[in-house]
Design a protein around this ligand. Structure first.
Ligand code: HEM
Ligand SMILES: [Ca+2]
Ligand SMILES: [Mn+2]
Length: 343
């Protein structure tokens, strides 16, 4: 028998009564985790956490008779001490620590909570996606094996083969990297922690796809760090992995395709995230609570722009099949992002 339509708190309705709890979680995290519905640090870390929980899954290891991890199973929260000490997950102990009391208070599984918080969080970003949210993940998990999460020092070959193991194409890897539009680093160069990967870290836009293609000119902080390459202006950090994926013949055209097509970027990201959020789960045991996810504010522009002071000549065009779209440059003095001293 399909679950009955239900009236939840504050008169909100759900098509499945089991989804009501998520309205209460929504109210709680918007107010007390995301500072009243912002697209800031906690949102960025929460989105990153969806990835690190989910990608820790390897059908290849299973075929070799080893434990391959449980995917999006909440193990990074259940075994936070172990998994947040993996090299790739440096710094995630903080958001796991912040999120865990909410999951416990609302008696939902860690795996569900992590994916829910990421979906709600990114809906706070202007131009963001409204992600699918399926609930019902088990709260039983085991510690994931290490070395399943890509590092910014990894080659494109290694990143693509890691993603291929969990069923993602090279294009889908690019689609997922739209997440780096609402992202900053803290641990690549701790001297400039909080420095973003694009000029608009609170907007889910295609700026990252433009800015990573600009000719790199300098290191923004304390010199060159592992996993970091030259960035185009002060205060912005460029990951080596993003720089290489933007320029690799297997991924460059998907990368460039988002520069002048915000809707395509959101559509592809939404689809890839739906796939990632259920890795390791049997989807037949999950149920759809997407109706709880807020509708994001629309993007200010459907086309990205060049930061002030840059021209199309500064773009390192890498997609052989298609010319780089003609986009406008911002007016005004040369872009730079103020460096916030460590608090
Ligand atoms: C190609 C594979 C990837 C690599 C090598 C990579 C690497 C990184 C690194 C090194 C950071 C900075 C962490 C820090 O210093 O604090 C970061 C941040 C971030 N990543 Fe990725 N990433 C990858 C893919 C993804 C994917 C698929 C997602 C999708 C959800 C994602 C979401 C994020 C977000 C939202 C942040 C910002 C976190 C913050 O601002 O605190 N990344 N990533
Ligand atoms: Ca952005
Ligand atoms: Mn951060």
């Amino acid at each position: 028998v399909p679950p009955k339509k239900a009236t939840c708190s504050k008169g909100r309705t759900a098509s499945d009564a089991r989804c009501c709890v998520w309205f209460d979680v929504l109210d709680d995290i918007q107010e007390n985790l995301f500072d009243g519905g912002e697209c800031g640090e906690e949102v960025h870390e929460s989105l990153r956490l969806t990835f690190h929980d989910a990608i820790s899954f390897s059908p290849k290891l299973c075929r070799e008779g080893k434990f391959g991890g449980g995917g999006a199973d909440g193990s990074i929260m259940a075994f936070a001490e172990e998994e947040t000490s993996f090299e790739a997950s440096i710094g995630l102990d903080e958001i796991v620590g912040e999120q865990k009391p909410f999951a416990l208070a609302h008696k939902v599984s860690f795996g569900d909570f992590i994916q829910f918080a990421g979906a709600v969080g990114v809906s706070n970003c202007v131009g963001g996606p409204r992600l699918q949210f399926l609930a019902g993940r088990s709260n039983d998990s085991r510690v994931s094996p290490d070395h399943l999460i890509p590092l910014p020092t990894d080659s494109v070959d290694s990143i693509l083969s890691r993603f291929a193991d969990v069923g993602f194409t090279p294009a889908e890897v690019v689609d997922l990297l739209a997440s780096h539009s609402v992202a900053a680093q803290d641990h690549i160069d701790p001297a400039i922690h909080g420095s973003p990967f694009d000029s608009t870290p609170s907007a889910f836009d295609a700026q990252v796809f433009v800015e990573v293609l600009l000719k790199g000119t300098a290191f923004p902080g304390n010199g060159s760090q592992p996993g970091e390459v030259l960035s185009p202006y002060p205060g912005e950090v460029r990951l080596q992995s993003d720089a290489l994926i933007a320029r690799d013949p297997r991924t460059a055209c998907e990368w460039q395709s988002f520069v002048s097509n915000h809707d395509l970027m959101v559509q592809r990201f939404t689809k890839a995230m739906a796939k990632m959020a259920v890795l390791g789960n049997d989807v037949r045991t999950l149920y759809d609570c997407s109706e709880v996810i807020p509708v994001p504010k629309p993007a200010a522009s459907k086309v990205a722009h060049l930061p002030a002071g840059k021209t199309l000549k500064d773009i390192e065009h890498a997609c052989k099949a298609t010319p780089f779209p003609t986009i406008k440059a911002d007016r005004g003095p040369e872009t730079s992002i103020p460096v916030v001293p460590p608090s």
